[in-house]
Design a protein around this ligand. Structure first.
Ligand code: SF4
Ligand code: MG
Length: 327
C-alpha cells in the first residue's frame, strides 16, 4: 500500500460548494506479507474500515497505489476484475450481509457462477466449502439465512469468501458480533482455513486480545494515519508509540505484570475534518512536548518495527527536523 490517501469531500447542502474534507485515510504506507495475518487496530473513526474498503477497491483512492504480488492494481497486468477475485472480504455478521431470498448454496455459488463457473461445479464447491466451515451440506445447503444462528451465518460468509479461491481475505470486525464461545470457534476455524488454503489475512478489530491471539503483525492507526506497525510480540510487549501504549493500557490483561498501569486513553479522537496540527495525537498525548503541535511525525524505523512519533524517533536518531514537510 503506497501513499494511499482518501478524503471524503464535504459540501454545503445549500450552495453545493466544497466546504472541507473528512481525512479518512491520510497517506498510509504499509506492506502485507504472504501468509501472514496483519491486524489493524485503533479506535472507531481511525480509518480502519476505510482502509479495508480501499484495499478491496470498493472505493478508489484519491492518490497512491496498491501493488499486489508485484503488479499495480488496475494496470493491464492486473485488471481490477482479476484483483477483486483474489481479495475477498468478510464483514461483521448481520442479516443484511446475506441475501434473505437465497438459499445457502445459492449464496456461496453466486459469485463463481457470475465469473463463468458452470453451475454444477459451483454448487459442488459450495457443498465442499460448507463442509470445510463445519456446516453439514446435507442439512444446510437448502436453508435460508434466517434459519441460521449468528455463528452459522458467519461460517457461511467465510465459505462465500473462499468460493472464488482468493489469496487475501480482509476480515472487518468479522467475529465482533458473536458470543465469546462462538467467537473462539470461528477464530480457530479461520486459523485452520488459513493454513489449509495458504491464505493471507488482514484482520481488523477493536478487540485487542483477539488481535494478540491471531495476528503475526499489528498496525495501529490514528486519525487516518499509521501510528505504529510491527511484530505482534513487539507491539504488545514493547509498544513505542504513546497512542499504542494508551490503547494497550485500556485492555484487560491476564498478566498484570506485563503491562504498565497508565490511566486509559482520555476523550474521543478529534474531528477528522479539522485534525490538530503537528502530530494529530498531541492533544491527548501524555508525553507531548511543544514540538509536537508543530512538526508532523513520519513513520520511521526498520523493516520489523516502525513508529510515527517525534520523540521516539528522536531518541533513536531518526528525527524529522523539517516542520514544513507535508505528511
Ligand atoms: Fe505524543 Fe509528540 Fe509522539 Fe505525537 S509526536 S505521539 S504528541 S510524543
Ligand atoms: Mg469499522
Amino acid at each position: 500500500v503506497k501513499d494511499v490517501l482518501k478524503h471524503f469531500p464535504l459540501r454545503s447542502p445549500i450552495l453545493g460548494r466544497k466546504t472541507g474534507a473528512v481525512k479518512a485515510v491520510d497517506g498510509v504506507n504499509f506492506e502485507v506479507f504472504k501468509h501472514e495475518t496483519l491486524g489493524i487496530v485503533g479506535e472507531s473513526g481511525c480509518g480502519k474500515s476505510t482502509t479495508a474498503r480501499l484495499l478491496m477497491q470498493l472505493i478508489g483512492q484519491d492518490t497512491g497505489e496498491l501493488i499486489f504480488d508485484g503488479q499495480v492494481v488496475g494496470s493491464p497486468r492486473l485488471p481490477m476484475t482479476e484483483f477483486r477475485r483474489q481479495v475477498q472480504m468478510v464483514f461483521q455478521d448481520s442479516y443484511s450481509s446475506l441475501n434473505p431470498r437465497m438459499t445457502i448454496e445459492e449464496i456461496i455459488s453466486f459469485a463463481p457462477i457470475v465469473h463463468g463457473v458452470p453451475k454444477y461445479i459451483a454448487l459442488e464447491r459450495a457443498h465442499y466449502l460448507l463442509n470445510k466451515v463445519g456446516l453439514d451440506p446435507v442439512r444446510f445447503a437448502g436453508r435460508y439465512p434466517h434459519e441460521l444462528s449468528g455463528g452459522q451465518r458467519q461460517r457461511v460468509n467465510i465459505a462465500r469468501a473462499l468460493a472464488l479461491r482468493p489469496r487475501l481475505i480482509i476480515l472487518d470486525e468479522a467475529v465482533s458480533a458473536l458470543d465469546k464461545s462462538v467467537e473462539a470457534q470461528v477464530l480457530n476455524l479461520l486459523s485452520d482455513l488459513k493454513k489449509e488454503f495458504n491464505l493471507t489475512f488482514i484482520f481488523i478489530s477493536h478487540d485487542l486480545s483477539v488481535v494478540e491471539y491471531l495476528c503475526d503483525r499489528v498496525m495501529v492507526m490514528y486519525l487516518g494515519k499509521v501510528a505504529e506497525i510491527g511484530k505482534a510480540g513487539t507491539i504488545f510487549k514493547h509498544p513505542a508509540h504513546p497512542y499504542t501504549k494508551a490503547l494497550l493500557s485500556s485492555m484487560p490483561s491476564m498478566d498484570p505484570d506485563s503491562r504498565t498501569l497508565e490511566p486509559p486513553l482520555a476523550g474521543d479522537p478529534p474531528n477528522p475534518i479539522n485534525p490538530p496540527s503537528g502530530c494529530t495525537f498531541h492533544p491527548r498525548c501524555k508525553e507531548a512536548e511543544s514540538i509536537c503541535s508543530v512538526n508532523i511525525p513520519l513513520l520511521l524505523g526498520n523493516a520489523q518495527h516502525q513508529v510515527a512519533c517525534l520523540l521516539v524517533n528522536d531518541k533513536v536518531g531518526m528525527s524529522t527536523p523539517d516542520a514544513s514537510r507535508p505528511s
